[in-house]
Ligand binder design. Sequence first.
Ligand SMILES: [Mg+2]
Length: 281
Amino acid sequence: MRELINELKDIKLAIFDLDGVIYRGNSLIHNSDNVIKDLKENSVKIVYNSNNSTATRQMYVDRLRNFNIKSEISDFYTSASIAAGEITNLKKSATIFVIGEIGLMEELEMRGHTIVNVDTDCSKVDFVIVGLDSNFNYEKLMFAQNCILQGNAQFYATNVDSTLPVAGGLLPGAGVMVNAVQTCTNQKPVKIFGKPNPFGIIAILKDTDTPPNKAVIFGDRLNTDILAGNRAKIYTVLVLTGVTKKSDVMKTREEFIRFPDIDKDLNPDLIINSLENIFVR
Ligand SMILES: [Mg+2]
């Protein structure tokens, strides 16, 4: 059994971001499957926390199985599942217009909400929830605008990531759709459920009965994963296999010195080139 580095030897729970940490698009990031296996051997519980709301949790289970990583639906906390849980606390059986994909729609429907399309009377819509939607179009935007401005719908967002890392590079992220709705309504989302909101991480700590000082998050983005982790007061590890490059970290470090007002929670506790670096050589 491989031994964990000193910084992580008391850890009981590891929270993994997915895109840019475990895989990039359809490619497994080298050896992340073995790292998960070896962490489990070290009695570390593994969960996954992704801002990507497009896939269902079952789709994530299947995707990881294809990479030889065993997981269960309850191991996943997506911005869609977190949003659906919170919306349900606000209102049971709500009428919702979704700019988003199956991941978000399914999480809402399984909690008893009704998803409507653009032909509906907008005065009946309780919530407009916006996430990444690869079929986003002007018609959906107009309807969302109508629900919010002419109707009584409240505007929520799953996450505001600017980009989505895929195998060949970057695609536009959910933030693009959220900004479109924000621009044409002149309203900000009431709440953005995904990281950097620490809400999901706090829910994970509660569900797994883990104190913050026994938990770590592995993420590839400073302004989502690391910020959320630091806000939830858990140990934060930036992995340079995704969006953030070493030069970005140097730039952020310089900014910490030049602009003392910058959010110190952007600073990870540890930076590693690869997940392999969490084991003693
Ligand atoms: Mg990521």
